[in-house]
Ligand binder design. Structure first.
Ligand code: ATP
Ligand code: MG
Length: 414
C-alpha cells in the first residue's frame, strides 16, 4: 500500500481529470460507493473459486460479528447499490466510480495490495452497440492521455450454457495433458477449469495455447453479438486482436470480454479490463438486467503517462511573496489575499528569516515571480517584482496594480 507524495500526485490528478472529462462526454455519471461491503457480496458475484475470493480478500469481523471485506473490485458494490436504490429495473444507467481496491496479492511492480481503479458500468442495454461504445470510449481516453501503444484483446465467453459444453471439452483436453500442468492449474482444473486459461506461468503457455477454443463453441446469439461488436470496431477503425484464451479473473462475465495491454509495463501489462455481465444483477437479487463495463488500473496507467508541462506548472504557485521588511507579515498576508482575488496562485512566506533564505524558498516553490515586500516598498505601497526564471531587471509596481501587472507578464510569456 503506497503513499502518493506531492510531485507524483500531479500525474494522478491529470489522469483522473482526463478520465472524468472523457466519461462525461459519453453521458456517464459518478456514483460514490462504500469501501467496505458484506463478504458474501463478493463471494456471490466474483465466484467462490477465484483467486480473489479464495486468497486475496481483506476480510474481518466487525463488532457485531458480521463478516465484512475491503472491496477487491467495484462492480459488485455498484450492482448492489443499483439494486438497493432502484436504479436498475427497466432503466438505462451509465455510471462510474473511482477509488482504492484491496487485494492481498504478492506485491511487485504494477501489483499492489491497495490499488486504484476507475470503474465504468452500463446497465440496461443488451446490444453489442454498448460493448463497442465502451471500447471506443477507451480509445478516446488513450488519445486524450497521449498513450498510443495499447493493444486491445477481445474475446467472447458466450452464455453460461454454451460455456458449460465447452467446459467439458476443455476438461478432457486438460486431463489428457495432466502431467504438464503446474500445481495451480491442477487445482483450477478441479474447481474452475476455465481459469486454467488465465494462468500466467510461462511454462503453462504451450498447454494453454493448445486448448480448444471457446469461440468454436459460441451459441448463435452470442456469435451474432460478437460479430456486432467487431463490425462497429472495424467501422470506427479500432484495431484489436481476437484472443480466444482471454477469460478474465472474475466469474461473472458473459459474451464480450476485453483487455488493453502495454508491452512497456512488463509482466503486469493490463491497464484496463472489462466485458459484459448479463447475469450478475439477477444473481445478486435484482430483476434481470443486461450490463457491461470495465475497470481502469490507475497505477499502471499513471506509469505510462507523461504530464503536459502546462498541466504540471499548475501545481506550483505563480508568485512567491517574500516579506523581508520589519512588520511585513500582516500587510503581506493581506496583499497575498488581494492577488488571489485577482486570480493568481500565491504562496506567501511565513515564519520570518533573511531575504536570502526567503528567495531560496521562492525558487524552490516553482513560482515564476518573487514579490519583495521590504520596508521601503511597505512605506510606498509598492512591491518589487523579481523574475525568478529570466534575467529581466527587478521592477517596482504599486500594490493596487500588482495583480494586473503580474497577469500580463504571465500571459506574455505563456
Ligand atoms: P491481472 O491480470 O493484472 O491480475 P485482473 O484480471 O485481476 O488483473 P481486474 O480485476 O479486471 O484485473 O482489474 C482491472 C485492472 O485493475 C487490471 O487490468 C489492472 O490494471 C488493475 N489491477 C488489478 N489488480 C491490481 C493490483 N493488485 N495492483 C495494481 N493494479 C491492479
Ligand atoms: Mg489479478
Amino acid at each position: 500500500m503506497n503513499d502518493l507524495l506531492p510531485g507524483a500526485v500531479e500525474r494522478w490528478q491529470h489522469l483522473e481529470a482526463t478520465v472524468h472529462r472523457v466519461l462525461a462526454a459519453y453521458g456517464y455519471r459518478e456514483i460514490r460507493l462504500p469501501i467496505v461491503e458484506k463478504t458474501e457480496l463478493f463471494a456471490r458475484s466474483i465466484g467462490t473459486h477465484t483467486d480473489i475470493v479464495e486468497k486475496e480478500m481483506y476480510t474481518f469481523e466487525d463488532r457485531n460479528h458480521e463478516s465484512l471485506t475491503l472491496r477487491p473490485e467495484g462492480t459488485a458494490g455498484c450492482v448492489r447499490a443499483g439494486i438497493e436504490n432502484g436504479l436498475l429495473h427497466n432503466q438505462v444507467q451509465r455510471l462510474w466510480y473511482g477509488g482504492p481496491m484491496f487485494r492481498h496479492e504478492r506485491p511487485q511492480k504494477g501489483r499492489y495490495r491497495q490499488f486504484h481503479q476507475i470503474g465504468v458500468e452500463a446497465f440496461g442495454m443488451e446490444g453489442p452497440d454498448v460493448d463497442a461504445e465502451l471500447i471506443l470510449m477507451n480509445a478516446r481516453l488513450w488519445r486524450a492521455l497521449g498513450i498510443d501503444e495499447l493493444v486491445l484483446q477481445l474475446n467472447s465467453l458466450g452464455t453460461p450454457q454454451a460455456r458449460a459444453a465447452y467446459r467439458e471439452q476443455l476438461v478432457r483436453y486438460l486431463e489428457s495433458r495432466r502431467d504438464e500442468l503446474d500445481e495451480d492449474s491442477r487445482q483450477r482444473l478441479a474447481k474452475n477449469p476455465l481459469r486454467v486459461l488465465d494462468g500466467k506461468n510461462p511454462a503453462m503457455q504451450e498447454v494453454i495455447a493448445g486448448a480448444p477454443s471457446l469461440l468454436d463453441h459460441l451459441d448463435e446469439a452470442s456469435r451474432r453479438h460478437f460479430e456486432g461488436v467487431r463490425a462497429t470496431l472495424d467501422a470506427a477503425g479500432v484495431r484489436y486482436a481476437i484472443n480466444p484464451r482471454l477469460v478474465r479473473g472474475l466469474d461473472y462475465y458473459t459474451r464480450t470480454v476485453f483487455e488493453w495491454t502495454s508491452e512497456r509495463l512488463g509482466a503486469q501489462s493490463a491497464v484496463c479490463a472489462g466485458g459484459r455481465y448479463d447475469g450478475l444483477v439477477e444473481q445478486l437479487g435484482g430483476k434481470s438486467a443486461p450490463a457491461a463495463g470495465f475497470a481502469l488500473g490507475l497505477e499502471r496507467l499513471a506509469e505510462l503517462l507523461s504530464v503536459p508541462a502546462a498541466v504540471a506548472a499548475e501545481a506550483s504557485p505563480q508568485v512567491y511573496l517574500a516579506l523581508p521588511g520589519s512588520d511585513a507579515e500582516r500587510p503581506g498576508l493581506l496583499l497575498a489575499e488581494r492577488l488571489r482575488d485577482g486570480g493568481l496562485r500565491v504562496e506567501c512566506h511565513c515564519g520570518g528569516g533573511g531575504l536570502k533564505a526567503q528567495l531560496k524558498r521562492a525558487d524552490r516553490s516553482g513560482a515564476r515571480f518573487a514579490l519583495l515586500l521590504g520596508d521601503e516598498e511597505l512605506a510606498k505601497h509598492c512591491v518589487a517584482v523579481k523574475d525568478l526564471r529570466t534575467d529581466a531587471p527587478q521592477h517596482l509596481v504599486a500594490q493596487d496594480a500588482a495583480a494586473d501587472y503580474l497577469k500580463q507578464r504571465l500571459s506574455a510569456s505563456a
